[in-house]
Design a protein. Sequence first.
Length: 247
Amino acid sequence: MTLLDKFKKMPSIDVNRLPVHIAIIPDGNGRWATRRGMPRSAGHREGANTMKRIVRLANEIGIKYITFYAFSTENWKRPESEVNYLMSLLKEFLQNADRELAGSNIKLQVIGDLSRLSDELQEEIHRVTENTSGNTGLNLIFALNYGGRDELIQAIRKIVKDAREGRINPEDIDEKTVSERLYTGGVPDPELLIRTSGELRLSNFLLWQTAYTEFWYTKKLWPDFSKKDFLEAIRVYQQRNRRFGGI
């Protein structure tokens, strides 16, 4: 029996009402390592392994979009050695993506301001996103050098430019106008957001897109987050009554 067969037999989860898009703030890698007397880099590597397990599960059960908050615009404030290690982990994943994603039909996307990344890393991102662009399974999205406020500023600048050049009538600007100019243009808003480590905030992540997102928090640190935890988050989400401001 495959994992998907087992999943379908779980009476508490309705496979016909899976969230289309799940956003994840994978918090707690450093604390996980520190509690074990290990360098923070060990926590980041174990967190990367957790990410791979969750991605495989999400793809297998039919989730269409999953967005990981991989590196924020504020994360540059961390020690240079830690930033360099995080970038090397991402580069390692991209270099091995052909093997990691082989046969999975996963499409990789990266959102954020990539201009601050090294040329080599930008080339790897372009290579993998191009190679997987035709895939029709899970859309795996990494938010990299991403900040929700920065995203909105960039969108506003695009709208102002289009208005100045006569492509947009200011009176016609609506939610769709903004959404189309975000880094996530064309991607549905997340129905469910998961944050680990017990922190109860968005931390500048998908500020516009999470207006009606259901939040699910756990005190578990990201490296300890399991497939069972992921399915539990979906189960809880399915019990929520999403009214979108109505009754």
